[in-house]
Ligand binder design. Structure first.
Ligand code: SMO
Length: 735
């Protein structure tokens, strides 16, 4: 079952339109909520008149910040050592930092009534001299850093910026909160982290954890933006509690662009010092990641990740890395597929490429001599990370061979006078820390139930998890029903974040299934009067000598009273460390010198995510990540003007990649098992978004090298490229 391309069990319901998403939920008598949002940034609220809205027939309540006074405010994950954080109010009543900030909540019997009431709210603003309230930073520095720099023969420096992106999950955020008898609240929410968010929600609402039941039904994509709770989530739950009613809210796409979290938007500076042979002696890097005015729980993770992952797959003994997260007057900024990993890879791979030019060395050879050797793992690094396993040299060699034809293609293009380039990148991908829990049960009909604290947003997790349990129990995957996303039926877990689901969540299931097998085996051994090691787990069931006991027979025999679960085992897996995937990407591009359009020709992507549970799902993850990486590289960007007005708030103005933007893709695989989980698995969900942008950037710079164009930032839109070509030509004419 491990390594099998099993079809996704999830798909039939989803393609038949039988998926159940949050917005499909319409509890009887449910009230509808809309938010009145600020149209300006950095302003003081001087008047907020809600009486007329409140008096409209059908409006049940209009809430403002005053109604919330004394409410507890959510905290953030302090992954960086120095954090200044002033928890923002859920509905600010004085100063407003960003456009789109909710300042009033209208609850009505029907959605159109709530929408009409919005127009009756009278809010006035004055410009405010608002200072940023949030800031965080961290620093890692090895001893002997100056000494190493002093020995350098060459140094190269550069700065890269990554575009601010909108994660754009297909399903916009939505929340349905139901007030239940006996002082309970059921909150249905497309979240990546049901247990954690149930706890946080209870804390903020001042409830006991057992009063909040959180359910994540089908979720239509998340990419990090549905990891943490937003003001809207707290407020809908609070309103349901306060009104003792059910309340629902669905974000429009406009609201998603205005108040869903953005990702990336970082600025990174680096200096790499090399000796005369091209050995990397020292890396100095400064990472700056943006924050919005509202901070999701994981807001500091990109800054932390980008810093600690440096210097990527290379051995650099002396490092000085500083990282900081700084507030800007925008929508929340947080984790987005990759969450700091793509930024680190971009800085490093651009530096390496530039260093090769400065040293006059082949860029692949320069990479090769500086990679960590496979015999050196596990490798503890200055930024506090420990790389568990890898074979970076082989990855590079495979990429060298595979990309040879791209270089041949480029040379042919150039001979016929076209602008063409090839770029390469290597990357590493941490796949999460901490623990997950699982419970595996044998049901009275001989099938199995596997409950996980992890969750699914469309990745096909139920299929992969059923394969893991089926592999242990030697049964077909269809016999295993996976349950997740409901805090009442799933054991507590952290959730689907940071590519951790298979290595950590999957391992917890593996362990629970193994324990269940042990329990079942000892039952059989007891019945047969033999030691437990005489029991074998075969396809037919448990075998003692020649005697077979099928799972349904076993279940029948163990069945007591009417309980559906006849045996159950729970496990909690705490990862001893992070499993680090790695890989490489090569991209070839052609650039239309008249329009500046970048036309990707081919992408070759190598991934090593350890042992793969389902290669089809793994490929799906890589493809999706690659396309999002192309989006970042070629077209996506959130634009704000000088007044901090967001300009890209719909799919008319925010460019998402489409099928016809995707070039030929070729996937290569390696599998270096992680020693830190019994399955040997690693994460893969973020690989494409990490590896593609630096390779694309190197390819675009390679294509433009004949024009002496350097240091362009993504997205490589035709406008940006065309302008740089015009500038280069003017410069040439001038000379
Ligand atoms: S960007 Mo991920 O959901 O940790």
């Amino acid at each position: 079952m491990i390594g099998v391309r099993l079809q996704r069990a999830e798909d039939e319901a989803l393609v038949r339109g039988q998926g159940r998403f949050t917005a499909d939920l319409h509890p009887a008598g449910c009230l509808h909520a809309v938010f009145y949002r600020s149209e300006q940034a950095r302003v003081r609220l001087t008047r907020l008149e809600t009486n007329r809205a409140r008096k409209r027939p059908g409006v049940r309540a209009v809430f403002t910040g005053e109604d919330l006074s004394g409410m507890r405010l959510p905290q953030i994950n302090p992954v960086l050592p120095q954090v200044e954080y002033v928890p923002p109010e859920l509905l600010p009543c004085r100063e407003i930092g960003a456009v789109g900030t909710p300042i009033a909540l209208i609850v009505a019997e029907q959605l159109p009534i709530a929408c009409d009431a919005l127009a009756e709210i009278d809010a006035r603003f004055d410009d405010a001299d608002m200072q940023p309230r949030h800031h965080a930073q961290g620093e890692w520095r090895t001893e002997g850093f100056e000494l190493a720099c002093a020995e350098a023969k060459h140094t190269v420096s550069l700065e890269v910026q990554t575009p601010l992106l909108a994660p754009c999950s297909l399903e916009p955020r939505s929340v349905v909160a139901e007030y239940l008898p006996e002082e309970k609240l059921r909150v249905t929410l497309g979240t990546q982290s049901p247990h954690r968010n149930a706890k946080v929600l209870a804390e903020v609402l001042g409830l006991n954890p057992e009063q909040v039941h959180l359910v994540a039904p089908n979720v239509g994509g998340s990419f990090g933006m549905k990891a943490s709770l937003y003001p809207e989530d707290y407020l809908i739950a609070w309103a349901a509690w306060r009104l003792r009613a059910s309340v629902r809210w669905e974000a429009t796409r406009l609201e998603e662009m205005l108040s869903g979290s953005h990702g990336r938007g970082g600025r990174l500076q680096g200096t790499l010092a090399l000796n005369s042979e091209g050995r990397f002696l020292a890396l100095q890097a400064q990472v700056e990641a943006p924050l919005g005015t509202w901070l999701p729980y994981s807001a500091l993770v990109p800054a932390w990740n980008a810093g600690r992952i440096l210097p990527g797959p290379y051995r650099v003994d002396a490092v000085h890395v500083t990282t900081q997260a700084k507030e800007r007057p925008t929508a929340p900024v947080g984790i987005y597929r990759g969450a700091g990993r793509p930024e680190a890879a971009l800085l490093m791979e651009r530096l390496v490429e530039k260093a090769a030019q400065v040293c006059g060395m082949d860029a692949l050879e320069l990479r090769r001599i500086n990679l960590h050797r496979s015999s050196d793992f596990p490798i503890a690094r200055a930024t506090g990370v420990v790389l568990d396993s890898g074979n970076y040299e082989e990855a590079l060699e495979r990429m060298r061979q595979a990309s040879a034809e791209l270089r041949g293609w480029r040379d042919l293009q150039r001979e016929s006078g076209r602008l063409a380039g090839v770029g390469l990148s290597l990357f590493i991908e941490p796949s999460g820390q901490g623990w997950e829990q699982a419970e595996v049960c044998l049901l009275s009909d001989g099938t199995f139930e596997a409950a996980t604290g992890s969750t699914d947003q469309g990745q096909g997790r139920s299929t992969a998890f059923s394969q893991i349990v089926a592999a242990v129990l030697n049964v077909p995957a269809e016999q295993v029903r996976v349950m997740h996303g409901d805090t009442q039926t799933a054991p507590e877990g952290i959730g689907a974040l940071a590519s951790r689901s298979t290595p950590i969540g999957g391992t917890a299931l593996f362990q629970a299934a193994s324990q269940l097998l042990e329990q079942a085996s000892s039952e059989v051994a007891r019945w047969e009067g033999v030691p437990v090691h005489r029991i074998r787990c075969a396809k037919e069931g448990l075998v003692c000598d020649q005697k077979v006991l099928t799972w349904p027979e076993l279940a029948m025999r163990l069945k007591r009273s009417g309980a559906p679960r006849v045996l159950s085992a729970r496990a909690r897996f705490e990862a001893p460390g992070e499993a680090w995937g790695f890989g490489g990407c090569a991209v070839s591009v052609q650039i239309d010198s008249e329009t500046g359009e970048v036309l990707p020709h081919q992408v070759i992507f190598l991934d090593d995510s350890g042992v793969v549970v389902n290669p089809m799902l793994q490929e799906g993850q890589i493809l999706g990540g690659l396309v999002q990486g192309l989006g970042e590289g070629l077209m996506e960007e959130m634009h704000y003007d000088e007044q901090h007005q967001p300009l890209t708030t719909s799919f008319m103005s925010y460019a998402l990649p489409r099928a016809d933007n995707v070039p030929q893709l070729r996937l290569l695989h390696m599998a270096t098992p992680s020693p830190w989980n019994p399955l040997g698995t690693k994460g893969v969900g973020e690989a494409g978004t990490i590896g593609l942008p630096p390779a694309l950037s190197n390819a675009v710079h390679d294509a433009l090298a004949p024009l002496k164009i350097e240091n362009l930032n993504m997205p490589f839109t035709s406008e940006r490229i065309w302008r740089s070509i015009q500038k280069a030509r003017t410069r040439e004419l001038g000379q």
